[in-house]
Design a protein. Structure first.
Length: 336
């Protein structure tokens, strides 16, 4: 399993964005002719309006790669070593001479896991000989040497070297594996851990986090029987990722804006729930407000992992906002 995982990590090609993220010939010519950044951004916004792109640069600009000449999907970055844009890029690993990203991140984690177990096995089996190293027998014959002592031969240096190498690699890999397990639980890449992705309502390191269990399934897949096998089972296509933040512009909403208190509460729902589910809840909120309590709790159970306590503060603020609005509007809660 160690060799299999290492092989898959090395020889799995990094996934690149599909052709739909490339500019058309007309847009590319216009982009190259324009000299003003504002005009170039207008061309990119027009080209990206139908793409599942919800993150921007720190200056609120569309993320565009001049080297690959394409609009970067969310969590995609350009690797200077591989000279291409890698989907959900984590880092470029010199130990495997490959980029670790969406296509081989699971293989990389399994490689660390089996390397850790391999080093632990070597260190544990050599430990007894390492202890005997300090009680070397200097007698000439093996028959006269006690069984609990090690012969004074050159093999003692091999035992010493093997134990220290296995122990040092175990400690270093343990720290790296623990860090990546923490990243998987938070649904972050190494790049996102140091630089938070910029969403339309600001930067948020937990923007892609859906709860610990769902974050694990996003990397390892839905079927647990394949989790420990170096077989690709990650969810998604690497270009579009579910997010708990706002992914729509206000002008894209199809609901009425006459009732300003309802609109503000609806925007609050959209910010917390995000995406099509947030829009569905918002439409239902405007149409049948009396069922809002039931649908709110149902939406929470569908979107958030109830054991992920990082969202407790967000939930409480959302509930307080909704309750205060409903008291002002004198809405009667109705549970089906």
């Amino acid at each position: 399993m160690f060799v299999w995982s290492y092989w898959k990590t090395i020889f799995t090609s990094p996934a690149s964005p599909s052709s739909e993220f490339c500019l058309s010939k007309t847009d590319k010519e216009q982009y190259e002719k324009e000299e003003r950044p504002e005009s170039q951004q207008e061309i990119l916004r027009r080209a990206a309006k139908d793409l599942p792109v919800y993150t921007t640069t720190t200056s609120r600009a569309i993320r565009y790669c001049d080297r690959c000449q394409l609009i970067k999907p969310d969590r995609c970055h350009h690797c200077s070593a591989c000279d291409l844009c890698v989907l959900k890029m984590d880092h470029h690993c010199p130990w495997v001479n490959n980029c670790v990203g969406f296509s081989n991140y699971k293989f990389f984690l399994l490689f660390l896991l089996y390397s850790l177990l391999y080093c632990l096995f070597v260190a544990a089996t050599v430990l007894q000989y390492f202890i005997k190293f300090w009680t070397l027998c200097r007698r000439k014959s093996a028959e006269n040497c006690p069984k609990n002592e090690l012969l004074d031969t050159r093999a003692k240096f091999h035992v010493l070297f093997l134990f220290f190498v296995a122990a040092m690699f175990f400690i270093s890999i343990l720290s790296l594996f623990s860090y990546h397990c923490w990243l998987v639980g938070k649904n972050r890449s190494t790049i996102e851990a140091f630089r938070a992705p910029m969403f339309r309502n600001g930067p948020d390191k937990n923007g892609f986090s859906l709860g610990c269990s769902k974050n694990l399934k996003e990397v390892f897949g839905d079927e647990k029987k394949y989790w420990l096998l170096p077989i690709f089972t990650s969810l998604g296509d690497g270009c579009n990722f579910p997010t708990r933040l706002v992914i729509m512009d206000p002008e894209q909403l199809t609901v009425s804006s006459q009732n300003e208190p309802a609109k503000r509460c609806g925007d609050f729902i959209l910010r917390d729930f995000g995406g099509s589910k947030g829009l569905t809840l918002l439409k239902h909120f405007h149409n049948t407000r009396k069922n809002i309590y039931w649908h709110l709790f149902k939406m929470y159970s569908d979107i958030y992992d109830l054991y992920d306590w990082s969202h407790v503060k967000t939930r409480m603020s959302c509930m307080c906002g909704l309750f205060s609005f409903m008291r002002k509007e004198r809405l009667v809660p109705c549970f089906p």
